[in-house]
Design a binder for this molecule. Structure first.
Ligand SMILES: [Zn+2]
Length: 57
């Protein structure tokens, strides 16, 4: 019964592909904005100082 094996293998393959594709997409966008610890405003990951309150990030 070949089809009994190929269907779950296809499902597993789709899940693995989806996870790896998600990782690939997230690796393209690593600079998701985070929040300043002092004023809680959105700041970029590569910013050294918060433009809202001037605190070092
Ligand atoms: Zn701030």
């Amino acid at each position: 019964m070949f089809l009994m094996w190929i269907i779950p293998l296809l499902l597993i393959g789709l899940v693995v592909y989806g996870v790896s594709a998600g990782n690939f997409v997230s690796s393209l966008k690593p600079a998701a904005s985070r929040a300043c610890l002092h004023c809680n405003q959105a700041v970029q990951n590569d910013w050294k100082n918060c433009p809202h309150c001037g605190q070092t990030l």
